[in-house]
Design a protein around this ligand. Structure first.
Ligand code: NAP
Length: 432
């Protein structure tokens, strides 16, 4: 059997390689000729100059190009060279209507057509383990078996022409819901400061797991989304799903919501990233959420267990609020460390210029439990950076030093952060 392959993109290239491994590949064609010339040289097959030239050499042709209009262009370009009885297998993801149009055009030359969209991503294409969803006649399906078996593992016929695309559309709706749920779940897990690798390892075995969770949650942990299944391509597929559902007078919430989120990702320049980039939007829900103080029970627990409090911006002037707070803290039994570069000592404690110096000054076994901040809002961002770098566990931003974005940053990085409340008042309110 002489097989030709048209469309050597992320999917098509490894699929063509697998046809070569099965001893079936005769010729390749790609719109950008450099790719087909390079592959033909590597595999020692023909690089056809046009689709028609490829059609004249092959009885079976596999297409894998981007979108509906591209498939129809390639089919039209095959027609002048196509032989009666030839079989065209289209593995692109397009609408069922496009499949039917392509089949009708090929019929005018006594050629046959199977719509065979695939699922399994670039990894599946490389490993030859794609799921292939077919539409067409049982006879053509049987004839295509050696070709499909070279590229995929689960190969099924779902009905007449277009049924393969309808099945693939079903799959794309599921992928949309799943990647969205995985993105939300991983953003939530991060906001809960869970050990994320362990979460994936354990929940990957659980009932909520999925291919996307196991294979794409690691992208979310790394914050890097290299192209596997690109946002732009899935958006194209979901528009097909939306239009197919609209033909039944229905709009599907998962499809509509994910399309809206993809539009945002594309507008922000992430259209060529893997669809796991949806995590960017989900994590932002947490980083952009208005700041809320932790529940009072947790605040009391912190105050009960704390011993040492570094006070950034503690004033030596007895009339200043920070001085009064520090005095009260001492009366309650806390040890205070004044982070005040301009003074030698305050309230009997030696001053240090920075938080790093405060950490360095601690005797073995003592830790800074809370950083209490009295600096102006414009200084708070740098103090948060220092707390994060020194891995200090709790930050207390006093009334009047409100920088909500810095407080959110500290909170999302796992620092127990309290804002806008007076530390000694809370200590006084502690139930005995
Ligand atoms: P891709 O990397 O962007 O490659 C697209 C291929 O189509 C390229 O070879 C491109 O040629 C060719 N092409 C585009 N428009 C064309 C036109 N008008 N005429 C001729 N050739 C044209 O895309 P892909 O990821 O391989 O996806 C291909 C198909 O598989 C799509 O329908 C996609 O939805 C589907 N699919 C993708 C995945 C995935 O994970 N990537 C999974 C399942 C299914 P040039 O080299 O000249 O640009």
């Amino acid at each position: 059997m002489n097989v030709g392959f048209l469309g050597l993109g992320a999917m098509g290239l490894p699929m063509a390689r697998n046809l070569h491994k099965a001893g079936l590949l005769r010729a390749v064609w790609n719109r950008t000729a450099a790719k087909s010339v390079a592959l033909a040289a590597e595999l020692r097959c023909d690089a056809a100059a046009t689709p028609a030239q490829l059609a004249s050499q092959c009885e079976v042709m596999v297409i894998c190009v981007s979108a509906d209009v591209d498939v129809l262009n390639v089919v039209d370009a095959l027609l002048p060279g196509i032989q009666p009885g030839a079989l065209v297998i289209d593995c692109s993801t397009v609408s069922a209507d496009t499949a039917r149009t392509a089949a009708a055009r090929l019929r005018t030359r006594q050629a046959n057509f199977l719509d065979c969209p695939v699922s399994g991503g670039v990894e599946g294409a490389q490993k030859g383990t794609l799921a292939i969803m077919c539409g067409g006649s049982a006879e053509d399906f049987a004839r295509a078996q050696p070709v499909l078996a070279a590229m995929g593992r689960t190969i099924s016929l779902f009905g007449a022409t277009g049924a393969g695309q309808a099945t693939k559309a079903t799959n794309q709706i599921m992928c949309a819901g799943i990647i969205r749920a995985v993105g939300e779940a991983m953003a939530f897990a991060r906001a809960q400061h869970l050990p994320l690798e362990q979460v994936v390892e354990t929940l990957g075995q659980g009932a909520g797991s999925s291919w996307y969770f196991v294979n794409r949650a690691p992208n979310m942990i790394r914050g890097s989304f290299p192209a596997g299944f690109r946002v732009r391509l899935h958006e194209k597929d979901l528009k097909i799903c939306r239009d197919m559902a609209a033909a039944s007078g229905v709009s599907l919430p998962v499809v509509d919501d994910v399309l809206r989120e993809y539009a945002q990702l594309i507008a922000e320049g992430y259209g060529d990233e893997d669809i796991s980039a949806i995590y960017r939007l989900k994590w932002r829900l947490f980083t952009d959420a208005p700041f809320r103080n932790p529940p009072s029970g947790e605040v009391f627990d912190l105050l009960r267990s704390a011993r040492t409090i570094a006070i950034v911006g503690l004033s030596a002037d007895r009339s200043r609020p920070s001085h009064g707070v520090a005095r009260s803290l001492q009366q309650f039994g806390y040890r205070i460390i004044p982070v005040t570069p301009s003074a030698e000592s305050i309230l009997g404690e030696r001053c240090v210029p920075t938080l790093a110096a405060a950490v360095a000054s601690l005797p073995a076994g003592e830790h800074i439990d809370i950083v209490n901040v009295f600096r102006r809002p414009e200084h708070v961002g740098a103090i948060v950076d220092e707390c994060l770098a020194l891995q200090l566990p709790a930050l207390w931003l006093q009334d009047g030093v409100v920088d909500e974005s810095a407080a959110r940053r500290a909170r999302t990085a796992g620092v127990f952060t309290v804002m806008d409340r007076c530390i000694f008042r809370d200590r006084a309110a502690l139930p005995t």
